[in-house]
Ligand binder design. Structure first.
Ligand code: GTP
Ligand code: MG
Length: 340
């Protein structure tokens, strides 16, 4: 399962974690695998989170049929004999129209910093009359190599795939073009091989059993948000923000309390539902999934509150960003009893 130690520490390179004795230094040949970072960038709903989950082999990012599901960048770490690839899932690219949207696009920009390979993920099953210039501009501005990944080929016939490949080939010099189905797991081995070829030689950045930089309490918030998105319609899915207030690991019980924020009273009513049925459904679905993921018995308490127009408020948007929350938590843990 996802490691739940301080995400800050676990996101540090592990190269100094083991002290070698002189004997080992003399006798063991250095392991020179490949190691680096690959960001997955694409339009909303293209299948970026589905892909990262499939590559990692477990769920670290939530997936829904509705666009704009992912709001923060998340790393998914894949370690194999040939090397380690750190994949970065990102929010889908769109013309941001709110403080939340701008924060999401900032997450994409942050994911592109210091990476080795850019993966442009395109939904090949989506009819495209003209080339996606916003997407291509990311590749044009990126200084490293870009791989074009054509997803959802399980839904596409060859006759539509070939002209699409031709169109992209004319527009940009990709290091490789790889058709895949993230959902069915088709083409993923070829994709991993193409990425590994482009990564520099080096030691892994993370321990080999680590799969993500996202601590469990934030994955819990995301799973709750996934169930809320899947259960609601119209503007409600986009207006929901989830904050975990309490995450207590007792010997036989994991106690989670979380608040779902919406922007209006009408949305609160929908989320709670008739006699509380909607909130109960969301809670039961989230609890069952989290119990499977953690292997623990879970008590899940959910609350709903209205924070008017929170998506337009940069400070409120920041509160829901888990990278920022993590920094605040580690500050809190450092303060008492540090003696410094
Ligand atoms: N048929 C098919 N559906 C897919 C494939 N990959 C993803 N999907 C579906 O596409 C929808 C969106 O998938 P996500 O993984 O959430 O897409 P995303 O790019 O992360 O979306 P945002 O986070 O909103 O940017 C879901 O319903 C997935 O099941 C695929 O290879 N084939
Ligand atoms: Mg996503």
């Amino acid at each position: 399962m996802v490691r739940d130690e301080s995400g800050i520490e676990s996101s540090l390179p592990n190269s100094s974690s083991k002290q070698l004795s002189m004997n080992e230094i003399v006798h063991s040949a250095p392991v020179r695998g490949r190691s680096g970072f690959a960001a997955i960038v694409g339009r909303p709903n293209a299948g970026k989170s589905t892909l990262i989950n499939k590559l990692v082999g477990q769920k670290i990012a939530i997936v829904t049929a509705k666009p704009q599901t992912t709001r923060n960048r998340i790393q998914g770490i894949v370690t194999r004999a040939e090397g380690q690839t750190v994949f970065i899932d990102t929010p889908g690219l769109y013309d941001a129209d709110s403080a939340l949207g701008r924060q999401m696009m900032h997450e994409v920009a942050a994911a592109l910093e210091d990476i080795d390979v850019l993966l442009l993920l395109v939904d090949a099953s989506h009819a495209q009359t003209h080339l996606d210039e916003l997407l291509l501009s990311k590749a044009k501005r990126f200084r490293g190599k870009t791989i074009l990944v054509l997803n959802k080929v399980d839904r596409v016939v060859k006759e539509t795939l070939l002209p699409l490949i031709e169109q992209f080939t004319q527009a940009f010099e990709f290091a490789a073009i790889v058709p895949i189905s993230a959902l069915k797991g088709v083409g993923l081995e070829q994709l991993q091989q193409e990425i590994l070829k482009l990564l520099p030689e080096g030691e892994p950045h993370f321990p080999e059993d680590q799969v993500t930089d996202q601590p469990e309490r934030f994955l819990a918030a995301e799973v709750i948000r996934e169930k809320a998105i899947q259960s609601t319609h119209h503007e409600v899915p986009y207006a929901v923000g989830v904050h975990v207030d309490k995450y207590e690991e007792k010997p036989r019980l994991l106690r989670i309390e979380a608040t779902l924020s919406v922007e209006r009273d009408s949305q609160k009513k929908i989320l709670i539902g008739h006699k509380g049925e909607m909130l109960k459904k969301i809670g039961t679905e989230a609890r069952k999934e989290l119990e499977k993921m953690t292997g623990s018995k879970i008590y899940l308490g959910l609350f709903v509150k209205v924070q008017a127009d929170w998506r337009e408020n940069p400070a409120k948007v920041k509160e829901l960003d888990w990278h920022g929350q993590l920094e605040a938590l580690s500050e809190l843990q450092r303060e008492p009893g540090d003696g410094e």
